[in-house]
Design a protein around this ligand. Structure first.
Ligand code: NAD
Ligand code: DAU
Length: 332
């Protein structure tokens, strides 16, 4: 039985990880989260109080972080500014949290000798052509496109440097696009589901041919636990579930599952610098750590995600209007 400190545990993937750990292990969890617009206490409702607590605070607060690292052997670092569109309009919080925040945590891990796992993204590798037979591997050169992905690339490089120069006991994982419950309505899949539920047509950026490699958040969580328990210090692992789909296909599936005509969507202004395609080769994780995704059927995973949003309007409705007001200003 261990105690895991989870930064960003009130966000989408972090909260799914917390639920996963509490349901599938005997470990206890402390969440450190500053509850930005993307963090939501309600995502952690109902967790057992003897095994879970939430500390509201900033990962850049070195005194707070120092105390928490002294008390926890293992740390999983999810906290970040995570949305590409926001990073195009105001990059500064991305530099602050993703770079300075990660640096603050690494200094604490260096002092206290924690086992540190850094959560990152496939976007650090840039994008692929639609017809490229290659997928990203751990050896693909870094080539980030957006302010968001460049700060994530920067944070990965800080972790590598702290491993090599200071012996920090860290691993890194770079995962593809997640879907599932508790995802903020600014993101593609929940935005379109909640649009259709509210009688609004889905919005596709540009032609809608950009490809993302979808993975269910629970598969991401099981991979992170495998790396935390058995990963080799200093190594990077790519996490993906062979889930490539273009955005148009995903919108059509959402419309179909919600009983609407599959062409009832609008094309809107494209994202600046929009990455064309992401695709992950996760063979290293599968062969070295024996990990396998459980959600191989995207249509079924999407259907249960739609059900979750249908059943949990009280969770997302308070954020919907402000989110759509931001998009409207951008013509999206
Ligand atoms: P999210 O935006 O839903 O959640 C981020 C959480 O971090 C929020 O709860 C927020 O309050 C918290 N946070 C932000 N700044 C903070 C600060 N300075 N101090 C403390 N807490 C802070 O993000 P997400 O989609 O769950 O992504 C989590 C992590 O996974 C990120 O590191 C992201 O880069 C990575 N990732 C995401 C995806 C994806 O598909 N969403 C895929 C691969 C990797
Ligand atoms: O690949 C991993 C990354 O996936 C993570 O690092 C990021 O934190 C996460 O936000 C996600 O980034 P994307 O930019 O791929 O996700 P987003 O949900 O914003 O968009 C997915 C695709 O859908 C992308 O091609 C843009 C498009 N899109 C998005 C929105 C919000 C639309 O066509 N319409 C929309 O309304």
């Amino acid at each position: 039985m261990g105690r895991i400190l989870v930064t960003g545990g009130a966000g989408f993937i972090g909260s799914n990880f917390v639920h996963y750990v509490l349901e599938n292990t005997d470990d206890s969890v402390t969440v450190l989260d500053s509850l930005t617009y993307a963090g939501n206490r309600a995502s952690l409702d109902g967790l057992p109080s003897d095994r879970f607590n939430l500390v509201v605070g900033d990962i850049r607060d070195s005194n707070l972080v120092d105390g928490l690292f002294a008390d926890h052997e293992q740390v999983v670092h999810y906290a970040a500014e995570s949305h590409n569109d926001n990073s195009l309009h105001d990059p500064r919080p991305f530099l602050e949290t993703n770079i300075v925040g990660t640096y603050t945590l690494l200094e604490a891990a260096r002092k206290h000798g924690n086992r540190f796992h850094h959560i990152s993204t496939d976007e650090v590798y840039g994008d692929l052509e639609l017809d490229d037979p290659q997928r990203f591997t751990e050896n693909t050169p870094y080539n980030p496109s957006s302010p968001y992905s460049s700060t994530k690339a920067g944070s990965d490089l800080l972790v590598r440097a702290w491993v090599r120069s200071f012996g920090v006991l860290a691993t890194i994982s770079n995962c593809s696009n997640n879907y599932g419950p508790y995802q903020h309505v600014e993101k593609f899949i929940p935005r379109q589901i909640t649009n259709v539920l509210g009688g609004v047509r889905p919005k596709l950026y540009g032609a809608g041919l950009n490809v993302r490699d979808w993975i269910h958040a629970d598969d991401h969580s099981s991979a992170v636990l495998a790396i935390l328990n058995s990963g080799v210090i200093g190594e990077t692992y790519l996490i993906g579930a062979d889930g490539e789909k273009n955005n148009k296909e995903v919108v059509e599936m959402i419309l179909e599952q919600l009983g609407q005509p599959t062409d009832a969507y609008d094309h809107v202004v494209d994202r600046a610098g929009h990455d064309l395609r992401y695709a992950i080769d996760s063979s290293k994780l599968r062969s070295e750590l024996g990990w396998l995704p459980q959600f191989s059927d995207f249509a079924a995973g999407l259907s249960s995600t739609i059900e979750w949003y249908r059943d949990n309007e009280a969770w997302w409705l308070p954020q919907k209007q402000a989110t759509e007001a931001r998009y409207a200003v951008q013509g999206q």
